[in-house]
Write a protein of this length. Structure first.
Length: 63
């Protein structure tokens, strides 16, 4: 138990550990937001792909 306590104390005081923790928290927030709005994001991406596909078809038919 002492080894875990020592590791946690070193991790908490280490500046590099804080940067890693900040990055992990940012990633976690992004994942939560993506999960919360997954239907809207999926719909938006589908609309973008459909729009792009239609524009490609228009360009090909102009030739």
């Amino acid at each position: 138990m002492s080894a875990v306590s020592n590791w946690f104390t070193k991790f908490w005081e280490d500046e590099e550990g804080l940067q890693t923790l900040e990055i992990m928290l940012i990633i976690a927030v992004i994942v939560v937001i993506a999960l919360a709005f997954r239907k809207q994001i999926s719909s938006w991406v589908k609309d973008l792909l459909d729009f792009g596909g239609n524009k490609v078809k228009e360009f090909q038919s102009d030739k």
